[in-house]
Design a protein around this ligand. Structure first.
Ligand code: ATP
Length: 310
């Protein structure tokens, strides 16, 4: 029996765009340090958790759902189990996810589900862990989970999970081209490593401790879309394009139709186009839809995981 007295808790958590992503050299443990500028955007996962004797998950939503596991490997169930183990809670939870963030799209949808589930179970069960401890559990679930918790605009270093908030002004307008296929994050990193090994003679070795460039921080601070368009960068874009050459055509189409710049989001395959205002975003959405791409609009930054009243 829960101690909060609630029948269910509903949490909304956002997807994200990495407006800057630099990947460091492989370290001795075969990991990369990264430097990421995260922006939470207005594509939300809706997660509703209710009391149940065991752990189960049900998934609906507006995006292709076939790649979402429905067993204990679902990151939402892993999040609920982790919180139960940490707090000694002996019951279970039924988790309903309404997905709007593309699956394996490089926008952190699974991470948003995990952050939302942690927050919802904590409220439903009345375990009331301090925020720092919830963030600690978030970190154990995945490098992008703490950001789904905090939202807004943040810089992630280390594995991407050492977060510091970044100053940001205004609202940025995005048009997102969603792909029918997914790209595996480990496969994209492998492709990058292989490229770096193959061309070791011709390219500068990667910085083991990368950082976010000053012009990105300045653009975010100024809320200036043109400045951000010039500063955006993603080290995973070239390997993602190598694995999926069709993404190059998507990038070109967006840039021909008024986008200030396009970038592969995280490990892809979602392509995010930055526009100067809402009108250009609408025009770009129409043009890309006419070319039979599946597109949605989003704005950022938005808040992180939050309980909402039903
Ligand atoms: P990131 O940008 O954080 O690397 P992503 O956006 O590319 O992630 P997600 O959709 O967050 O990808 O996660 C995809 C992988 O996680 C798939 O292998 C999928 O089977 C598995 N997965 C586990 N739980 C979930 C979930 N709740 N939603 C989506 N994918 C999940």
């Amino acid at each position: 029996m829960t101690t909060s007295g609630r029948a269910s808790v509903h949490v909304k958590a956002p997807g994200k765009i990495n407006v800057f992503l630099k990947v460091g050299a492989l370290d001795d443990e075969q990991y990369h340090d990264v430097a990421i500028a995260y922006q939470a955007v207005s594509l939300y996962e809706d997660v509703r958790v209710s009391d149940a004797p065991d752990f189960s998950v049900e998934v609906n939503g507006s995006v292709e759902l076939s790649r979402v596991p429905l067993d204990g490997s679902n990151i939402a169930i892993r999040a609920a189990r982790l919180l139960a183990a940490r707090t000694g809670y002996t019951g279970g939870a039924h988790i309903e996810i309404e997905k709007h963030v593309p699956v394996t799209g490089g926008m952190g949808g699974g991470s948003a589900d995990a952050a939302a589930t942690l927050l919802a179970c904590d409220a439903l069960w009345g375990t009331e862990l301090p925020r720092e401890e919830l963030l600690d559990l978030a970190r154990k679930l995945g490098a992008d989970v703490p950001f789904a918790f905090t939202g807004g605009t943040a810089i992630g270093t280390g594995r991407g999970d050492e977060l510091s908030p970044a100053l940001a002004k205004g609202t940025f307008h995005w048009v997102l081209a969603l792909a029918e296929f997914g790209l595996s994050t480990p496969a994209v990193y492998r492709e990058l490593d292989e490229h770096r090994t193959r061309h070791a003679q011709d390219i500068y070795p990667a910085d083991p401790r990368p950082s976010v460039e000053a012009n990105v921080l300045q653009a975010l601070r100024a809320g200036d879309a043109h400045m951000l368009a010039d500063a955006m960068h993603n080290d995973l874009q070239a390997p993602a394009l190598h694995l999926e050459p069709s993404l190059a055509d998507v990038l070109e189409l967006g840039e021909q139709n008024g986008a200030l710049a396009g970038i592969v989001s995280g490990s892809g395959p979602t392509v995010a186009f930055l526009t100067s205002d809402v009108d250009s975003a609408l025009e770009l959405q129409v043009a890309l839809s006419a070319a039979r791409l599946n597109v949605v609009r989003a704005t950022g930054p938005v808040h992180g995981a939050r309980i909402v009243g039903d």
